[in-house]
Design a protein around this ligand. Sequence first.
Ligand SMILES: CC(=O)N[C@H]1[C@@H](OP(=O)(O)OP(=O)(O)OC[C@H]2O[C@@H](n3ccc(=O)[nH]c3=O)[C@H](O)[C@@H]2O)O[C@H](CO)[C@@H](O)[C@@H]1O
Ligand SMILES: C=C(OP(=O)(O)O)C(=O)O
Length: 423
Amino acid sequence: MDKLVITKSPPLSGSVTISGAKNAALPLLISSLLADSTCSFSNVPALRDISTTLLLLKDFGAKVNQVDKNHVEIDASNLSSVTASYELVSTMRASILVLGPLLAKHGKANVSLPGGCAIGARPVDLHLAGLEKMGAKIEVDEGYIRAEVDGRLKGARIFMDVVSVGATENLMMAASLADGETILENAAREPEIVDLANCLNSMGANVSGAGTDHIKITGVKSLKGCNYSVLPDRIETGTFLVAAAVSGGRIRCEKADPSTLDAVLSKLEQAGANITLGDDWIELDMQGKSPKAVNLRTVPHPGFPTDMQAQFMTLNAVAQGAGVITETIFENRFMHVPELKRMGAEIELEGNSALSKGGSKLRGAQVMATDLRASASLVIAGLVADGETTVNRIYHLDRGYEAIEHKLSALGANIKRVKEKQA
Ligand SMILES: CC(=O)N[C@H]1[C@@H](OP(=O)(O)OP(=O)(O)OC[C@H]2O[C@@H](n3ccc(=O)[nH]c3=O)[C@H](O)[C@@H]2O)O[C@H](CO)[C@@H](O)[C@@H]1O
Ligand SMILES: C=C(OP(=O)(O)O)C(=O)O
């Protein structure tokens, strides 16, 4: 597997163009399963999870035309299969999102239980309970979810006792082609939900309230194709901003969406960053200073995102002062902590909180990337560590960051990819 080799770098400086959001693009591409004609998506990030999704759609018999690196057309009007196999689904959590659309349009779906980042148990009970409430019969057998509905799904009032991005997306897509009205209560409010609702509406759906915890979907008989541009990636944006802050640098993120990053920008300001915003850009300037530690707690949007927790762990490790980070979304999302400690970070874990002493002088080391954002935190650590850091097993990083080593190099980082030698 490829690895990244990073040596201590100067403060990051310059401009970086932000890609489309992985977590918006995945449900958007999958929503093409609902349409009767071609869906055209631009600003699609060139990522491993995107290739996996396209393979999955092709496996169902959809026609996929990769117009260029970031533009894809999908015609899923005629499918030959409604089975999502273990081989593809096991590598990517978001594949569970095909369940609702397949069931709504074709009345049947067999989907392997999903993989993705191993950051907790990640059950899918809310997805299944919601679809059952809409009339689906579901059983889990030999690792596969087998779902069927007699006729069409029926609109329902669905209350989710945990806020779930994926369940909200799955049920919103299913409800778009159901008979009657569906209300999703305690729905997730992430920007990616709003992006999906906008896309569904451009296909002829009737979704309102996305971005609040009460979403109303009035089912329609059919949906047409669309032309849709994916939302900028707020987590990629946040990752570059934290990298710049940790390095004491000054960068500008172009083609970003500042309105999706309130909680992250507020923490960066507390860390001492000077932040300037435009409509589609964000500038961060540390004015040569090193960051101050922050306290934070991960919560559903609009609170601080769990997908930015690991990057701030690195910031707190090297920052001035002590800081406490509490993870409330996933029960096993501190796997970067032992790796950061191997680099000299002074962090203690107490339950779901990580207490960092701050001021750690990091040293380069061989470290292992264990999940997507953990990998990003190790890359950031490598930029400021003395000597050389090798981030091994960057499979997850490639799932979620487009050309990260090229983007960081252009900002002055000393980073290179070492390709695995083919046996
Ligand atoms: C592809 C994608 O968009 N991934 C994002 C999505 O993941 P994903 O959609 O998987 O995350 P969820 O929002 O569903 O998970 C939030 C919490 O709900 C729990 N839960 C979820 C579903 C369910 O049926 N039952 C249940 O208990 C989970 O275990 C977790 O504790 O949102 C997460 C939370 O913002 C992000 O970290 C991921 O990057
Ligand atoms: C956890 C993440 O991804 P996934 O849900 O695809 O595993 C992530 O994007 O940080």
